[in-house]
Design a binder for this molecule. Sequence first.
Ligand SMILES: O=P(O)(O)OC[C@H]1O[C@H](O)[C@H](O)[C@@H](O)[C@@H]1O
Length: 277
Amino acid sequence: MTALQQPLTLANVQGTATVYEQGAHVASWTPAQQDPVLFLSRKAVFAEGKAIRGGVPICFPWFGPGRSGDRSPAHGYARTIPWRPVSATDEEAVFRLTEADLPEQARAEFPHEFSCEYTVTVGAALEMKLATTNTGGEPMEIEEALHAYLAVGDVRQAGVQGLDGVSYVDKVTGKTDMKQSGEIVISGETDRVYRSGGPVSVVDPLLGRTLRITTSGAADTVVWNPWEDNARAIGDFADDEWTAMICVEAANALDDYVTIAPGETHEIVYRLEVGSI
Ligand SMILES: O=P(O)(O)OC[C@H]1O[C@H](O)[C@H](O)[C@@H](O)[C@@H]1O
């Protein structure tokens, strides 16, 4: 496997982030005088064609195995191929991906002309905006997610707030008509597509902070923790790391796929801030 090039570093007085060209993948974000906010596995592999375990993978043009359930690779192509750097300052980096960047097989499976522009803004907040333009002549259906891995002290003690009363699909049990009651407390394998785009807070008493997530253009919030047994089965994830992370993802998945008309642009935005408990 060929190792990835060094990531781009965005550093200013308010915070520092690193972004790999492969996947336009934000691998870390550390606001000034704070601990890292994104989880990155110590077994993450930084190699061409391999998704990085942690940070913020971009899932596109489908999520997981897609709404049909038979798409491969998982989460689409965008996280494993290089994006083109467009511009970079200490605060903002922009990357682009078009159909011309996709491998041949991908173009057969996703036969659309498009331009994805991804803007990462680093400061006291981390903001990621994925703008997808349909540059072809036919309507284009996409699924997508900004699949953020958040670092927590111990996931069993953290609470995810903001989804009380929201209906969700439970991908662990296969039940599609679930309804959240109160805050989410992780007490086993969790893989849920909530039918709401936030705002959501992860209250973390151990690290003494609250991670605040606001999104736009996302119909869903995905919450994922593999728990103990599944963690062991993931090669690029250490056995004990499931306690130190939770994924809270902005998504348009399952029935919430997006249809983009020719010439139109769809945007999904994920904004992350750190607050006190
Ligand atoms: O292992 P990956 O392909 O990166 O996927 C990791 C996870 O991503 C999402 O959260 C999905 O909802 C999960 O079903 C999946 O297991």
